[in-house]
Design a protein around this ligand. Structure first.
Ligand code: NAP
Length: 375
């Protein structure tokens, strides 16, 4: 089986790649050469994840890296090269994406919509009719804050919490239209928020809560520089944020998510389009996220379901990632009945509790992590 994979250098992609290699695949990684050569970055990530020797060997011998940019027509490749590559693959996994919740819609669309369009053209061009796997997000459910999000075609009925969600929704619409136009199936995989307990550090792509931690640290420094810091020994100020103390969010260990996605692909008949939520069976209570947040910033968070009128300066500083803030008010659940049927026998993921989240957001400077990829 020859697979083309986009996004291999990302947080999820570098977990998908070893699992595809373990199943014996040859993989063509379609990746940008910056900030550094993709093979070098992958070797570093594999080492950080304590990949065993056979996987490092597979990375050397069964992975071909092709410089490609999904935001460009034909992935930025000359026409003949594009066709040759497309003709050589049996499956396409599209995991490249722009996950900046706060970015402007135009730049998110460049990767998440136009990028998807170009990958779909690649899959359509292939002589072997490669199986298409599209990594979307459970958050195409958008502004549905309560109730149940279903595993079905996406809808914009509830609006979106940020431009990222909208751009991923639009990407999914392209996949749906592609299936109709070519009469071919596609597998749409919708993970929830992906996390890891591997301490962040050089060589490992970051995850969304790590961004949150880093932004909080720099926000704090900025506040201190602006003279808004707390006097030593003062109790942490109470900071109101819009949200629900009885809320919960679905956070999912990335290793488990990658394994589940590959298993779904193996067990899915690929005869008709399929949409699967890849989610944790147990949500993380908002109280855990509040405690995590309070570790990042020296404040006491008070979640207000009716919003925060007239925010104080400290409250403005605390609301440093507005693309994420609406999630503090979420209580929805994801229906993953179809995914669970295909995942029968896969042990459940570990609970994403405070210890797990602290481990994955507290940086280390170097050295391999625990054997995240197993023997
Ligand atoms: N992280 C989550 O919590 C989460 C949750 C649900 C769904 N998802 C989806 O999962 C997918 C992977 O996300 P991630 O967490 O792995 O994100 P990530 O760590 O930011 O990685 C993004 C990947 O996409 C690649 N990429 C971005 N723009 C590209 C372009 N123009 N051409 C080629 N490659 C490009 C990046 O390559 P470079 O390394 O060269 O930048 C990187 O490999 C995305 O589609 C995302 O929407 C993520």
């Amino acid at each position: 089986m020859h697979i083309a994979l986009t996004g291999a250098t990302g947080f999820l992609g570098c977990r998908l790649l070893p699992r595809l290699l373990r199943r014996g695949a040859e993989v063509t990684v379609l990746a940008r050469p910056r900030p550094r050569d993709a093979r070098e970055r992958l070797a570093e990530a594999f080492t950080r994840m304590a990949a065993p020797a056979p996987l490092l060997d597979a990375l050397r011998h069964r992975v071909r890296v092709v410089e490609a940019d999904v935001s460009l027509p034909r992935l930025g490749l000359p026409a003949r090269r594009f066709q040759e590559l497309a003709d050589g693959v049996d499956a396409v996994w599209h995991s490249a994406g722009d996950i900046r919740l706060n970015a402007d819609l135009a730049s998110l669309r460049t990767t998440n919509v136009e990028g998807t369009r170009h990958v779909l053209e690649f899959a359509a061009a292939g002589r072997r009719c490669p199986r298409l796997h599209h990594v979307s997000t459970a958050f195409v459910a958008g502004g549905l804050r309560d109730g149940v999000a279903r595993e079905r075609e996406p809808t914009d009925t509830h609006g979106f919490e940020n431009h990222y969600e909208r751009s991923k929704y639009e990407g999914e619409l392209l996949v749906r239209d592609w299936c109709r136009r070519y009469g071919r199936p596609a597998l749409v995989l919708r993970p929830s928020i992906l996390v890891s307990d591997l301490p962040p550090g050089p060589g490992l792509p970051p995850h969304p809560l790590q961004f949150l931690a880093e932004m909080a640290r720099s926000g704090l420094e900025a506040a201190e520089l602006a003279g808004l810091g707390l006097p030593a020994g003062a109790p942490p100020p109470v900071v109101r944020m819009p949200g629900r103390a009885d809320g919960h969010l679905n956070l999912l260990p990335v290793e488990w998510a990658a394994e589940a996605m590959v298993l779904i692909s193996e067990r899915f008949p690929h005869r008709s389009p399929g949409v699967f939520h890849v989610v944790h069976p147990r949500d993380t209570p908002m109280a855990v996220l509040v405690r995590l947040f309070e570790r990042f910033l020296p404040v006491r968070l008070d979640l207000r379901p009716d919003g925060v009128p007239d925010p104080t300066e400290a409250e403005r500083v605390a609301d440093f990632y507005p693309g994420f803030t609406p999630y503090l008010g979420h209580r929805r659940r994801f229906d993953d009945a179809a995914a669970r049927r295909l995942l029968a026998g896969l042990p459940p993921p570990p609970d994403v509790d405070l210890a797990y989240l602290l481990s994955g957001t507290t940086p280390v400077t170097a050295g391999p992590a625990a054997a995240a990829l197993g023997p």
